[in-house]
Design a protein around this ligand. Structure first.
Ligand SMILES: [Ca+2]
Ligand SMILES: [Ca+2]
Length: 566
């Protein structure tokens, strides 16, 4: 490192101490990350005082699906709640939601020019990673707990990481392996070796393609590239049928501004082709099966709903004025509320459209020498809020000009995987589970208890409307300190829970104490606890739901000492 460089790095380090940091050298960290629930020492009650503490079975005044009036007719609100829970995932979406956390790899021409967005007229000779090693990527990614890798096969500049028959602006024109390289083929082999799924980012915006701007001609070009990528030559072949599988095609919404207004992407044709070639493959971002969470900062909402409105032109509001109708034909992906009852009653076109949080481990999406990885605490916050907040997490890594993920980032990914594993390392043994309204409680049979404690099976327990069940009480084998609670709904029955609380019977005081609360559950809700009192009995109370909850699993983990929790 020369002297000038040293000075520059020192300046960056200083500037990054400020609370709001937008300097290029910053990784976006602001310093204080807290994802722990704070036990409420004042919110306690003795056995028998439940209802005085505001427990009730009135569902916060909201109707349950199918609720009837005195004459036995389904009420308007009861019919509306039913309409919401009638929306469920496709089998493909259901499988996809099991992945939960996977990795973006932004690597391409921009890595060599230092840009985030290129121009399309870069010389392919600039692309020349000397030590590219997709095994190194997979090993680092796997260690972080990720289930797959999504590679920028083509970014906006149009340069392709595979030899494409349909363009000369590709790896075949580069010095990499004397033009005989194919990074997607290399990644395929590594994914197979490390047991990782493989996904493809194929930018619809193509600054290099001469056909870009001509709807028909570009459509043919894009579809031809999709065929190359999805015909089975790429992707690990885990089912052994001789064809590779691609789990996701990610279609970025960025679009060239210079094109005419008439130019458009034939998204429906693209999706149909994706599903024809790869029936298990999800069309993401601009695709209709997974929605962008609405920001690139790794932030999900407290209430992330899977049932939302499409907000496309086919959406017709049913009972309001023309002005409002116009407003309702577009749904803002960044709005705070996308799925409350109050919002959805305005929309007809409800769909299952779960959120995906995309965020880079560094400030930029591509490698830049003057950036570094986010802190471990920041990454853990992103993970617990995304995966533990009913969203998928797509965390980006940035291989450098050599073609390797930088050492610092490799180390950070490993730390992240270790911290997450540690939070699940000591499952608390459960003696029995009872359900009821807090006073009249019934024990679950052994088979149901086993299903409810097993997160790998969808089957769990459906709380009974008739028996007024909204409290789940878990008796532990031994007293302990709760560090993490994991709750999952069976998404085959849609998403129902709207608000819940976690209480523990404090071993020291003999009183129930509130230790955490939240809104939705969905695919997974994780709550982390730092100072929960020692207990041998935990109660989860469902305060509000769209119908009786259908739970997939409840997992309790004991607090463990790790480096990150001091
Ligand atoms: Ca296969
Ligand atoms: Ca289960």
């Amino acid at each position: 490192m020369n002297k000038r460089l040293t000075v520059a790095v020192a300046a960056i380090a200083l500037i990054c101490l400020c609370t709001t940091c937008f300097f290029a050298g910053c990784n976006g960290d602001e310093g204080d990350y807290n994802y722990y629930e704070v036990p409420d020492a004042d919110n306690v009650y003795a056995e028998g005082e439940e209802f005085a503490k505001g427990w009730s079975n009135d569902n916060n005044g909201y109707a349950l699906a199918g609720e009837t009036d005195a004459e036995g007719n389904v009420t308007k609100d009861g019919a509306e709640a039913q309409r919401l829970i009638d929306v469920t995932p496709s089998p493909r979406q259901l499988d996809f939601m099991e992945m939960e956390y996977y990795t973006f790899v932004h690597f391409g021409m921009n890595t060599f020019t230092g840009n985030e967005w290129g121009t399309g007229d870069e010389n392919p000779k600039k692309f020349n990673p000397k030590k590219l090693d997709t095994d190194q990527w997979c090993e680092a990614v796997k260690a972080s707990g990720s289930k797959g890798i999504m590679i920028t096969a083509k970014h906006h500049d149009g340069f392709c990481l595979w030899p494409s028959e349909y363009t000369d602006h590709d790896i075949a024109a580069s010095p990499y392996k004397d033009g005989k390289g194919d990074i997607l083929a290399e990644l395929t082999e590594s994914c197979e070796k490390y047991g990782l799924e493989m996904g493809i980012y194929l930018s619809p915006w193509d600054m290099n393609a001469s056909s870009y701007g001509d709807t028909e001609a570009y459509n043919e070009y894009y579809m031809n590239q999709l065929r190359e990528l999805l015909d089975g030559r790429y992707g690990p072949d885990f089912d052994g049928d001789g064809k590779g599988e691609i789990f996701c095609v990610w279609m970025d919404g960025a679009k060239g501004e210079e094109t005419s207004k008439e130019f458009y992407y034939k998204m429906e044709e693209w999706e149909a082709l994706i599903h024809e070639l790869q029936p298990g493959c999800i069309a993401a971002n601009m695709g209709s099966e997974v929605r962008w969470v609405g920001n690139e900062a790794g932030v999900s909402r407290e209430s992330e709903w899977n049932v939302v409105s499409r907000g496309d032109t086919a959406n017709q509001n049913w009972q309001t004025s023309e002005d409002q109708q116009e407003e309702l034909t577009s749904v803002d992906a960044t709005a705070e509320d996308l799925g409350s009852r109050e919002l959805l009653e305005k929309y007809q076109d409800l769909v299952w459209y779960p959120a995906e949080v995309d965020v880079s481990i560094r400030k930029g999406w591509f490698y830049h020498w003057d950036q570094g990885p986010k802190s471990l605490e920041h990454l853990l916050q992103i993970y617990y809020k995304a995966v533990g907040g009913n969203s998928s997490l797509l965390l980006n890594v940035t291989p450098d000009k050599k073609g390797l993920i930088p050492d610092k980032d490799v180390e950070r990914l490993k730390e992240m995987g270790e911290a997450i594993n540690a939070s699940m390392s000591e499952p608390m043994a459960v003696e029995s589970i009872r359900v009821g309204d807090g006073t009249a409680m019934t024990a679950l049979d052994a088979a149901t208890t086993a299903n409810l404690l097993d997160e790998s099976t969808y089957d769990g327990y459906t709380l009974s409307k008739e028996n007024n069940e909204y409290v789940i009480e878990i008796k532990l084998d031994e007293p302990g300190q709760l560090g993490r609670i994991d709750l999952r709904e069976d998404q085959r029955s849609s998403q129902r829970v709207e608000e819940f609380e976690v209480w523990v019977l404090n071993s020291e005081t003999g009183k129930w104490q509130l230790i955490g609360d939240s809104t939705i559950i969905g695919n997974r809700r994780i709550l982390m606890f730092e100072n929960a009192p020692t207990t041998d009995t935990v109660r989860i109370t469902i305060k509000q739901s769209r119908s009786n909850p259908v739970l997939r699993s409840i997992s309790l983990y004991e607090k463990v000492a790790t480096d990150t929790q001091e």
